[in-house]
Design a protein around this ligand. Structure first.
Ligand code: FAD
Ligand code: NAP
Length: 349
């Protein structure tokens, strides 16, 4: 059944609107497909003294059974090319556009830049929130600017990469939650930039192919095949992708740990050594662990899964036991990657 986008509807089921499929209802719900509708929804929430939550594809959230206030589903669409030269172009995408469809759109037009980020679920508007990344590329590598509604001033602002303060799975949008609503995103693409095969698994998959002969579409297809082989499809086994961030530890801590665990995978990053949270969880014996309704994926220990009939509290309880176990073994504190709502459910994280 389709519903009109206005007025907001009361007591709406959100279960199918998140990839974890945990039971959740919104006190109020509205879908916004243009800027004026977003502003009207925010004003309505303010008039009724309601908190708000902007939801994209629901692939990076854990929602409790009741979501108080107004849930705003982002559906501002649109694709536009600008600054087109022989080699380069800027692709402007509305926040409600599907991310993977946008990747396919750009690579089929012959542009490179987004191919390593193929098959990441969710919307364009959520991509800057955690600076999505995969296979050696992050959104910040191609981002020109983000248009936002700044709820402090009520103004639309255009933020460049510096103002977005991007870091590993982090940004100003995460550090100042609720302040900005992303309206659209502009990305710098190029026909000639070299493909990025820095990620070993991707290079191995394309073994024997000369990088200069690879089209962006070939890389996107390789990334998609690797991902399909390894990651559970949320439509078949509900999940929110990586449940924990890969921790970045100091060199001293790393040297101490790697003396004890010489096979611990690690990668040097700007502010320290990034270790694989999935490896820590696997070594602690949790891979494939199953409880009544929730568990740990059997092929990738970083992914917690929902087997059905579970709820957010059961999942977070499992996550807390995994975190505590990893800490007791390695002295490394794991941090949850998906956003948890409402705030009260975040206690202890
Ligand atoms: P939602 O889950 O709807 O929202 C996430 C957060 O963003 C919430 O805080 C929400 O309030 C906020 N938000 C959403 N839209 C807006 C907006 N327009 N303005 C302001 N705030 C907004 N992530 C990666 O980085 N790399 C991966 O490789 C990756 N792989 C994944 C694989 C699977 C199988 C799954 C299920 C998830 C994966 N993820 C990955 C996580 C997730 O897909 C991304 O974080 C994605 O960007 C979330 O998009 P969404 O639209 O579903 O966001
Ligand atoms: P993986 O290949 O098993 O690697 C484990 C971890 O080691 C990765 O998380 C990755 O960190 C790091 N790593 C591997 N090679 C690296 C390199 N050359 N340089 C720097 N770091 C390297 O990882 P996976 O689980 O199959 O995931 C593959 C890619 O998809 C990763 O980039 C991962 O982040 C991304 N992914 C993300 C999510 C999510 O929800 N956030 C879900 C699925 C997949 P990085 O994470 O920094 O790359």
């Amino acid at each position: 059944m389709t519903h009109p986008d206005w007025p907001p509807r009361e007591n709406v089921d959100l279960t199918e609107r998140t990839t974890l499929g945990l039971p959740a209802r919104a006190e109020w719900f509205v879908r916004v497909s243009h800027r004026e509708a977003l502003i009207r929804a925010l004003e309505w929430a303010a008039q009724h003294d309601l908190e708000t939550l902007v939801l994209g594809g629901g692939s990076n959230v854990v929602l409790d059974t009741f979501q108080p206030g107004l849930v705003i589903e982002m559906a501002i669409m649109g694709r536009r090319w600008s600054d087109v030269s022989e080699d380069r172009a800027v692709l402007e995408l509305g926040a409600g556009e599907n991310w993977h469809a946008s990747v396919l759109y750009s690579v089929s037009a012959g542009y490179r830049g987004l191919e390593n980020l193929a098959l990441i679920p969710g919307t364009v508007g959520a991509a800057p929130i955690q600076n999505i990344g995969a296979y050696g590329v992050e959104l910040s590598d191609v981002l020109v600017s983000v248009s936002v509604l700044d709820r402090h001033s009520g103004q639309v602002r255009v933020l460049g990469p510096d103002e977005c303060a991007f870091a590993y799975r982090d940004s100003v949008f995460k550090r100042e939650p609720g302040r900005y609503v992303v309206l659209d995103v502009r990305l710098a693409l190029s026909r000639s930039r070299p493909v990025n095969l820095s990620y070993r698994e991707l290079a191995d998959w394309l073994d024997g192919r000369q990088p200069e002969t690879l089209r962006a579409a070939d890389v996107a297809e390789a990334v998609s095949q690797i991902r399909r082989r390894k990651l559970p499809d949320p439509a078949l086994l509900p999940n929110a992708g990586s449940f924990f961030k890969n921790p970045v530890i100091s060199r001293d801590t790393f040297e101490r740990l790697s003396a004890e665990h010489p096979d611990m995978p690690a990668h040097e990053v700007e502010d320290g050594i990034k270790v694989a949270a999935g490896w820590l969880i696997d070594q602690s014996g949790w891979k494939g662990h199953r409880e009544a309704h929730v568990g740990v994926h059997s092929r990738q220990a970083l992914v917690l899964v929902h087997h059905g009939q579970g709820n957010a509290r059961e999942l977070l309880d499992l996550a807390a036991r995994i975190r505590d176990d990893v800490f007791s073994r390695y002295g490394i504190e794991l941090e949850i990657e998906p956003r948890i709502y409402p705030m009260a459910l975040r206690d202890g994280w």
